[in-house]
Design a protein. Structure first.
Length: 456
């Protein structure tokens, strides 16, 4: 059972985090630039405000006994007079009482009367006009009751006012802008990334189709973003190198199998000439298995290059021939041998010689591992199945799939290289069939081959 791949880093969320960090950095840079500009212009620590004068006069202006206005010197007013040499202000109430200090500009001297109905007004000039004084007119409630104060630039505003103003600007403009930009980034980035990488889904589907039996498969770069194309090209080059290495490997196996046929045949002839003995029978088994394995290596190479040789065949007749050929070997090894067919004929589609060797391989495997007693049975089913069963120790259920892996052996010291069943599985898969180990009705192993129906 294959393991699920470990989760990797999400590109879209990595981009979201980086975009948010970039936006925060840009806004922070803008704030720093603004503060720097204020500092270089001398405004950061010289922030004059008419509101300072208004706050000082709210407590300094009081009522006289006759209802008039009187200015009481307070610490705040003293500080204001010391910091602003050209301080001026006009204080009036709705009864017409007035207090004036300093030299109000002539254009502001009587403007308070015209603004009786206005609670707050800042008076200045258009951009491009000659520099002139500005003013603030505001109705406030203080120690003298409701009064109107008109004044020009005052003392330096407290730092707390500046911080408060910055916070108001931040909360009113910067933070909403950052929230909106963040939401847009969180929503838009995954959509953009998904659309930009939509071609990778097709490439992933193509990669899922790559198999050892499908040589020459390459991943398409047509719908892949240019930033990912080098990776896909590198994978295709790796696949090409694997195909070339696999082809060299198969050529070597084919050449080796072809070269082994003659010495195996000579060895078998010499063994058959020896006197009857248990050792002779065991050696003949081994040589027969070796001969079948060499032929199966050649079958693999032949079938992979030319499947047009597949033809309709009767698997009952084929299985009966294999049974007849191997029954003497099984009996000599201490077994009884049985052949059964549920119907006759049973048609299938494939390479008859290769399938005969597959069946011979499984029978020889039963002879080797069946415990040297009991019955080896070949059963041909109606649905193009062939079963080979023995009454030996069997195969543990947890290892029934692994036995078809190359070089796998149930016991480390077991005879053989562990290639026989792998070759059986490979040849059956080339026939679009299946081979599996099933539960036996008694003890022992039971292999079942399932073949495709004949072509129409």
């Amino acid at each position: 059972m294959s393991k699920s791949p470990a989760p990797g880093h999400s590109l879209k969320w990595r981009l979201v985090r980086r975009f948010l960090a970039l936006q925060a950095a840009i806004l922070s840079l803008l704030v720093v630039l603004v503060i720097g500009a204020l500092y270089m212009g001398g405004h950061l620590f010289n922030f004059e405000s008419e509101d300072v004068t208004v706050e000082a006069l709210k407590t300094a202006v009081e009522r006289k006994a006759d209802g008039g206005l009187i200015l009481r010197t307070t610490p705040a007013l003293e500080t204001l007079r010391a910091e602003v040499p050209d301080l001026w202000f006009i204080v009036r109430d709705r009864q017409g009482h007035t207090l004036v200090e300093g030299m109000p500009p002539s254009h502001f001297a009587r403007i308070g009367d015209a603004l009786d109905g206005v609670g707050n007004a800042r008076l200045g000039w258009n951009l491009g006009d000659p520099p002139r004084a500005s003013a603030l007119v505001r109705w406030v409630k203080g120690a003298a009751g409701e009064i109107q104060i008109a004044t020009g630039p005052g003392a330096n505003a407290p730092l707390s006012w500046l911080v408060q103003g910055v916070l108001i600007v931040f909360m009113s403009f910067v933070l909403p802008a950052l929230v909106i930009m963040g939401l847009v980034t969180i929503i838009a980035t995954p959509i953009v990334v998904r659309r930009a990488l939509v071609g990778l889904g097709d490439v992933a589907d193509q990669a899922e189709q790559i198999d050892i039996d499908r040589q020459g498969t390459r991943l398409s770069t047509d719908a892949v973003p240019s930033e990912v194309t080098p990776l896909v090209v590198a994978v295709n080059r790796a696949l090409q190198r694997l195909d070339e290495g696999h082809a060299r490997h198969k050529r070597f196996l084919g050449d080796a199998a072809h070269e082994l046929r003659t010495p195996i045949a000579i060895l078998q002839t010499r063994l058959e000439a020896l006197p009857e003995s248990v050792q002779r029978a065991r050696l003949l088994e081994d040589v027969a298995r070796l001969a079948v394995m060499a032929e199966q290596l050649l079958d693999l190479q032949r079938i992979e290059h030319n499947r047009d040789e597949f033809a309709r065949l009767d698997i009952v007749a084929m299985s009966r021939r294999v049974a007849a050929d191997l029954a003497p070997l099984a009996i000599a090894s201490g077994y009884q041998f049985a052949f059964e067919a549920e119907a006759e004929p049973v048609a299938a589609w494939g390479d008859e010689a290769a399938l005969e060797r597959v069946l011979a391989n499984l029978v020889q495997n039963a002879i080797e591992h069946g415990g040297r007693s009991g019955t080896i049975t070949i059963t041909v089913g109606r649905e193009r199945t062939i079963e080979i069963a023995d009454e030996g120790p069997g195969i543990p259920s947890e290892q029934r799939r692994r036995i078809f892996e190359p070089f796998f052996r149930l016991a480390p010291r077991e005879r053989g290289a562990g290639l026989g069943l792998h070759l059986v599985d490979a040849i059956i898969r080339l026939h679009a069939g299946d081979v599996a180990v099933l539960d036996s009705s008694s003890t022992g192993a039971r292999f079942r081959i399932t073949l495709p129906p004949p072509a129409a």
